[in-house]
Design a binder for this molecule. Structure first.
Ligand code: PEP
Ligand code: MN
Length: 362
């Protein structure tokens, strides 16, 4: 059945509000056949709510495939007609907004490399004034919540009512397990600040590889994300962009089947009573930890007094190394990761230095 335009507005609304919202499709639209076959196979799984495809590709370096351009938009239009699924594409300029809307793209998204640039975001916002279209905003490539928030504000000020967030990870220097470090805490903080905005996770661009997609998607669902955007391709290894991270539509369906879907709450008195008891324990332990930390700072201040009267520097690198080495060994025994121990001791150390600084300069 061919969906009418009015109908498509309603379907888009319905999908936008569905939880979890699943968006999939190729990194890039390459050929008409590839777009149509991907769409049909995704639709056949019955697990996908919206089709995605990059038409204009912001590549970090020139020389790689930079997107098929406007000529790919009719392919998406056809895929949309054949499947009845709303489509979404990335836009980075006013002209791209105009072209996408002309070819009935249902949802627009702003890419990570655009969110970093207030000029570009403002250009998009101006092009969106008076338009009734939902917009998804990816996090900026650098870990800066103010830029992400700024993009949301610019788009909202242009009158766009439906705004969603996509967490796609953050650039970091050097090789890590991920292509883009997830830095979950930043997305959690963004969610906390904007409880009314949906938050979707994009494990494809976080992972950059297929083998850890499943775990990353599960983490997002465990953290109460509203949905997932995962890239899929009929022949992933031959994809013209992001080949390593794409999966076939069938593999995507398998991954979605493997996810343990969680809900935020359940109407069970027993569950709530048990949870309440455990939460009281946590509060109690947190109070104790703070008391102990405060005692630790008092001892550090005493050391500061001695250092002051003997004119000794606050920072003693050897002593600090010893503390860390002890902590790693002990931490491992207690089941605490090296990463956590490092962060925790860095924070405690900085606080100690601040306390000693006050004493020294009093
Ligand atoms: C994409 O979704 O294909 C893309 C380019 O994403 P990002 O903006 O997250 O890099
Ligand atoms: Mn991609």
């Amino acid at each position: 059945m061919q969906a009418t335009e009015l109908n498509m507005k309603e379907i888009t609304q319905e999908k936008w509000n569905k939880r979890p919202l699943i968006i999939s499709g190729p990194c890039s639209a390459e050929t008409e056949e590839q777009v149509i076959e991907t769409a049909l196979r995704l639709n056949k799984t019955g697990k996908v709510d919206m089709l995605r495809a990059g038409i204009w590709k912001p590549r970090t370096r020139p020389g790689s495939f930079e997107g098929i351009g406007t000529k790919g938009l009719p392919w998406l239009q056809k895929a949309r007609q054949l499947t009845g699924l709303p489509v979404t594409v990335e836009v980075a300029t006013a002209k791209q907004v105009e072209d996408a809307l002309h070819f009935e793209v249902d949802v627009l998204w702003i890419g990570a490399r655009t969110t970093v640039n207030p000029f570009s975001v403002q250009e998009l916002a101006d092009a969106l004034r008076g338009v009734d279209v939902p917009v998804l905003i990816k996090n900026p490539i650098n870990p800066d919540l103010e830029l992400w928030t700024g993009a949301v504000e610019r788009v909202a000020k242009a009158g766009i009512k439906q705004i969603g967030l996509i967490h796609r990870g953050f650039s970091s220097y050097g090789n890590t397990e991920y292509r883009n470090a997830p830095m979950w805490h930043l997305a959690i903080e963004m969610k906390r600040r904007n409880p009314e905005l949906m938050m979707i996770n994009d494990p494809s661009h976080i992972c950059g590889r297929r083998d850890i997609l499943q775990d990353t998607a599960q983490t997002a669902i465990d953290l109460d994300y509203d949905g997932l955007m995962i890239e899929s391709h009929i022949d992933p290894d031959k994809a013209w962009s992001d080949a390593k991270q794409q999966v076939t539509p069938e593999r995507l369906a398998e991954m979605l089947d493997n996810i343990v879907w969680r809900k935020e709450d359940v109407a069970s008195e027993e569950y709530h009573a048990a949870l309440e008891k455990l939460r009281q324990q946590i509060n109690h332990l947190d109070d104790e930890l703070m008391q102990i930390l405060s005692q630790r700072m008092k001892v550090a201040e005493k050391i500061g007094q001695y250092k002051k009267s003997n004119n000794i520097t606050i920072l003693q690198t050897n002593r600090w190394n010893t503390i860390l080495e002890r902590a790693f060994v002990k931490g491992e025994k207690f089941g605490l990761s090296k990463e956590f121990i490092t962060k925790y001791f860095d924070a405690v150390h900085m606080e100690s230095i601040n306390h000693q600084n006050k004493i020294m300069n009093d």
